[in-house]
Design a protein. Structure first.
Length: 131
C-alpha cells in the first residue's frame, strides 16, 4: 500500500511546496516576514498565514506568555509539553487556520530558515520586520 500511496503523497506535497515558494516570490513586502522573532510577532496577531520552514530547523525554547516574544534558552525543561519554539509557531499558525509548508534545508536562502506569508486579505503594518 505504501508503494502505491507514497508517490501520490510526494507529488501532492511537491505541488504545495511549489505553490508556497511561488507565492513567496510574488509577495508584496508587506505580506512577508522572516526570522524567528519577526515571525512570532506576526503570528501572535492571530491572522491566517502560510508558514514556510526549512526541514530540520529547531530552536529550543517557546513563545513567552504575555510578551509574545521568543523565549530561547539551551536549558529548557524536557518534561515541558513544548520545548521547541518552532513547534510553538507551527501550532499558532494552525490554530488561526493557516498552513505550514516544510522546505528542504537551505531553500529559503537569506531568510533565516523561517518565513511567514500572510494570506492576501491581510498585511503587515508597522512591524518593521518585513523583507
Amino acid at each position: 500500500l505504501g508503494q502505491i500511496v507514497w508517490p501520490e503523497v510526494r507529488r501532492a506535497m511537491s505541488g504545495v511546496l511549489d505553490d508556497a515558494m511561488e507565492n513567496l516570490s510574488r509577495a508584496d513586502p508587506g505580506e512577508v516576514a522572516s526570522g524567528l522573532e519577526a515571525v512570532i510577532r506576526l503570528v501572535s496577531k492571530r491572522v491566517p498565514a502560510t508558514l514556510v520552514i526549512e526541514d530540520g530547523y529547531h530552536v529550543r525554547g517557546g513563545i513567552g506568555g504575555t510578551s509574545e516574544s521568543p523565549v530561547i534558552c539551551p536549558d529548557v525543561d524536557v518534561r515541558a509539553v513544548m520545548d521547541d519554539a518552532i513547534d510553538a509557531v507551527v501550532e499558532r499558525v494552525l490554530e488561526c487556520g493557516g498552513r505550514v509548508v516544510f522546505t528542504p534545508g537551505g531553500s529559503l536562502g537569506g531568510r533565516e530558515q523561517i518565513v511567514v506569508l500572510l494570506h492576501r486579505s491581510e498585511s503587515i503594518s508597522g512591524s518593521g520586520a518585513v523583507l
